[in-house]
Design a protein around this ligand. Structure first.
Ligand SMILES: Cc1cc2nc3c(=O)[nH]c(=O)nc-3n(C[C@H](O)[C@H](O)[C@H](O)COP(=O)(O)OP(=O)(O)OC[C@H]3O[C@@H](n4cnc5c(N)ncnc54)[C@H](O)[C@@H]3O)c2cc1C
Length: 397
């Protein structure tokens, strides 16, 4: 019997295993991942941004975990020799209305105590000749990294501390008794004293498998990107973000530099017809059936009908997508946008159709489920893992 079984080889499962073995050296631990490698879902398909924590309510858990997470991600990269860059992020207002909203964001940046600079239209032209705007806000702490590389270092450290990682181990059943918790998986059965689940897009299904009575479901939202043609890869020096539209739940398509030297634009946020269909947005029968059977889906669709249509238009038409980027980067051309694989976000939605914004943890006597870990959870992975570990250790006592 193991001390701990962890389900999920994304950044949260791996960070949790890493921190648990630091806190309890010698504990026995097995991490189960259904894919043949690690970080194959949200973690390996994200924008690679180390968020500074601009948007979150001052004093909120998200704001605190993001700021702390960004600092610890950078420290981890320095200790482990993982490439990162603190390139800074420019939020660009393209007209007077957006400039007014940008002022509101600046107040938030001040309240969150983030190092920043207001940028006039003239100064913007100097530091970003290919970007046009009426005003901008430069947040210095934002950075870029490849989260898959961080995961690979976590995995090395877990193995060096005696932990086991099994891939190809899709968990299909969970049985809990007074003394132990057993899981059945494609790589055999595993029994432990405590189970920790960080299953991302499958989080609600694993919670149901554990017998938890949940009133939410995970709805998948595709984040579609384009890769900017290599010849135009030096188009910008910072990450370039639009001022978020308050009627839309996501940040808007942005120009993102990546640590491998490439540049992308995206992601948008379109309802996905399957939880893991990265190649195309085709319907996956089981996922569609679960979505259709969930009352929260219809309420969400009704609430965000206009936003949904806006996103769908950008998804169906590359020209529409391009026009949204050209608002702040006018020299981008149709042929600059080249295909790139989408990411799919796990968005937890309540039965009343509300998007669950905060991190959500649920427990049984012997299990702990991370049921909602939206962006910036990759940035915040280490402090989130600390929280999960503290809960798991309380359980073990
Ligand atoms: C398009 C997009 C852009 C984003 N951009 C950023 C960003 O720039 N910065 C940032 O901080 N955050 C970003 N995020 C958010 C961030 O990527 C996620 O919050 C984070 O990766 C969540 O990690 P996770 O470990 O919970 O989930 P995942 O990475 O999805 O891992 C869950 C794992 O569980 C495994 N699993 C599921 N079911 C089972 C089962 N039954 N048995 C065994 N294994 C199972 C899956 O295979 C998967 O590997 C973005 C997300 C997306 C989708």
């Amino acid at each position: 019997m193991y001390d701990y079984t962890i389900i999920g080889g994304g950044i949260l499962g791996l960070a949790t295993a890493y921190r648990l073995l630091q806190e309890r050296p010698g504990a026995t631990l097995v991490l189960l991942e259904k894919e043949s490698g690690l970080a194959r879902h949200q973690t390996g398909h994200n924008s690679g941004v180390i968020h500074a924590g601009v948007y979150y309510t001052p004093g909120s858990l998200k704001a605190r975990l993001c700021k702390e997470g960004a600092a610890r991600t950078i420290r981890f990269c320095e200790e482990q020799g993982v490439a990162y860059e603190r390139c800074g992020k420019l939020i660009v207002a393209t007209d007077a209305e957006e400039a007014a909203r940008l002022k509101g964001l600046e107040e938030r940046v001040v309240a969150n105590a983030l190092d920043h600079e207001t940028v006039s239209a003239d100064r913007l032209r100097e530091i970003e000749p290919n970007v046009a705007g009426a005003a901008a806000l430069l947040v210095h702490a934002t950075g870029i990294v490849d989260y898959s590389q961080i995961c690979a270092r976590f995995a090395d450290a877990i193995r060096e501390s005696g932990g086991e990682i099994r891939t190809g181990a899709a968990v299909t059943a969970i049985r809990e008794s007074d003394t132990e918790i057993a899981v059945e998986s494609g790589a055999g059965d595993f029994t432990a004293r405590t189970l920790i689940v960080c299953a991302g897009l499958q989080g609600d299904r694993l919670a149901l498998m554990s017998g938890l009575d949940i009133d939410f479901r995970v709805l998948p939202f595709r984040g579609e990107y384009y890769r900017v043609a290599q010849a135009r890869g030096q188009l910008v020096n910072h990450l370039i973000y639009p001022v978020p539209d308050p009627s839309l739940p996501f940040l808007g398509v942005h120009l993102t530099r990546h640590i491998d030297g490439s540049l992308s634009v995206g992601p948008n946020a379109v309802l996905s017809l399957g939880r893991e269909n990265y190649g195309g947005n085709f319907p996956v029968p089981r996922d569609m059936a679960d979505m259709m059977a969930f009352p929260g889906f219809y309420k969400l669709m009704a609430r965000f009908a206009a936003a949904g249509l806006y996103e769908l238009r950008g998804s169906l038409s590359k020209q529409v997508y391009l026009e949204r980027c050209r608002k702040y980067c006018p020299s981008l051309a149709y042929d600059d946008l080249q295909p790139m694989e989408a990411g799919i976000r796990a968005q937890t939605v309540s039965a009343d159709g509300t998007l669950v914004d905060d991190f959500l943890f649920l427990e049984t006597a012997r299990s702990l489920h991370v049921c909602n870990a939206p962006s910036p959870a990759a940035t915040s992975a280490l402090p989130i893992a600390d929280d999960v570990v503290a809960r798991a250790l309380r359980k073990a006592n």
